[in-house]
Write a protein that binds this ligand. Sequence first.
Ligand code: NOJ
Length: 734
Amino acid sequence: MKRHFIWAAALTVAISMGSCGKKGEIYKDPNANIEERVEDLLSRMTLEEKVYQISQQVLGFNDNMNNIESLNPIPLDSKIGSVIYMGTDYKYRNEFQKKAVEETRLGIPVIFGYDVIHGYRSVYPIPLAMGCSWNPGLLQECTKVAAQEARMSGIDWVFSPMIDVARDPRWGRIAEGFGEDPYTASQFAVAAVKGLQGDSLNSTKTVASCLKHFVGYGASEAGRDYVYSEISDQTLWDTYLPPYQAAVKAGAQTLMSAFNDISGTPASANHYTMTTVLRDQWKFDGFVVSDWGAVTQLINQGAAADNAEAAIRALTAGVDMDMTDGVYIRELEKLVNDGKLDIKVIDEAVRRVLRVKFRLGLFENPYTPDSKDEERWLLPASKEIIQKAAEESVVLLKNENELLPLSTDKVKRIALIGPMVQNAQDMLGSWNGHGLASDVTTIYDAMKEEFKDATLTYAQGCEQDGEDRSGFGLAVRTASQADVVILCLGEKNGWSGENASRSTILLPAVQRDLLDAVARTGKPVVLVLNNGRPLELVDMEPQVKAIVELWQPGVTGGKALARILSGAVNPSGKLCVTFPYTSGQIPIYYNRRNPAREATQGFYQDVTVEPLYPFGYGLSYTTFQYGKLKISADKVAAGGKLKAEIAVTNTGTRIGKETVHWFISDPACMITRPMKELKYFEKAELKPGETKVFTWDIDVNRDFSYVDSDGTPFLEPGDIYIQVQDQKVKVTVE
Ligand code: NOJ
């Protein structure tokens, strides 16, 4: 019989926890209301217990070199509110939990967190790739898998999703989010929260989510990490806050405060964003954890003279829990005792942390139930889901003369060339949880399996970087003897993610030279890219017949690629981020505002102002013909509704999926609007010859209102254009 872990019922709980506690101990009563339990427990806590409750330490070996260890660590104490659990053995986690539950005065369970960004063990494509799938439902399924693997392995809380809108591909963390558009990021943020948290947090298979990094981290200056960001209030509201607002509304339990300085007030000391907006306006009742060391870093940022001031600034601004730097533990008690900090501020932070713990059911079920590795990780059903995700996030950027899919009648000899062909580790991307290279099906193995009737040859050619070109000779000979070359280039997984900025988005010279050498053979080249950011491809593009953007696709990515090359799967990804023509165009994004002299001036003297591949770009093996864009009325009142529709026909010979993007633009507004902004999208599968009418149900207040620099929505009468591809229709808001 299939084993299901269901949290024990209240009765079992009562037994395992030593009944409902002593008389009057409401916090131990599983039937009591959570708010009453929180208040009861809070009333029993000493100041020291409270301070520990809002602090986080590390359990296990810190596996992230960017998480800088404290030079003066505080010994790990079972009174601690939370740990980042770096291990995969839930028994070790349970042992620590036992100390907290059985050996501390009040028996408050610890909440165990970990970075599960795109999979715990079943690693799926990086979020930037998932954004290109235009399938939030699929992300929801992937995050559900991740949640299940994590919770069953002892993790109650994951530091994800990362929903920072990013428009600078030099910034390595662009890999972790869903691209350049606030609406897209919002849709994927909501999907991730739903997938991670499920219908109930009190389950063995769901986790609390953590929206990060609040806020504006994607605006980091010059694409560098941990630096200043210049964000006007208007841009904060137009661009950076919307994904958070949507995900908070969807029930996200926690947020992480960011490392960046927002126009002079660091995100981790920002009362406006964390209290005025998050708590007062959005009514968020979960908790905010700082990023790693972000409280003490307020000193480096010039926002606090010492740790005591840093603690006061962070806590009073709304950072409820201090991640790992021990500042709250060292400073808060004294600050209260000296009359410099009101205990009520600490109480509020404790209340928020406890509330989430109660919701997770940790008081009743503090221990991770027994299970075997094979019952938790890489289940066949999970691998099916993540393979679908890898397939749907691939973007076909070029396909001259329909070289792809490879026709096995004409293509008998396939040369696999490049440093990514047999590379498993880099397929996982950054922030790969507990994923292992040994879980990955490489491109080489997957191609052998998929193209059983062809002759496959291989030459690595070069490493991803360095100067060694000694492998070029063999690569060229191998290419010369083939009918087609699959050239697999790309980035190491450490080239994106945290602390991984690059001054240019070109691939290293050695890889570009390999492409030149292989292309000179005259053989048709399919360029396959594994990368965590948009790349500058302008010199490579003319030399190849096809380009497949595979991203960092996770453990099943090799199979996804092979199935796309063979035609078993028709690519359906479209870019959720612009590919610049050159690095010098950065930042470049589709939803920029109108220039003053659009048609005649304001260009670069040396290169085009257009990107190489725009937002929304992606090819298919079939063709889709769009009919006429129609709207149900051309005038509408505030509060009204409209219907926009467009018929799309699959005019090719293969089944395929198409995403319709619905944009609006507003030619004249008190606060200028982007040239166009995405408001809705839908992806659907169409059989050859099939026509589907894509519909957007417009709610005028929801879809045509903007926010001012205070976040107050307003609807302005006047003309608005609805746009799909190159078609525009005008609607007048009366
Ligand atoms: C720092 C990163 O910025 C953040 O995203 C991560 O969750 C924490 N370290 C914990 O590893």
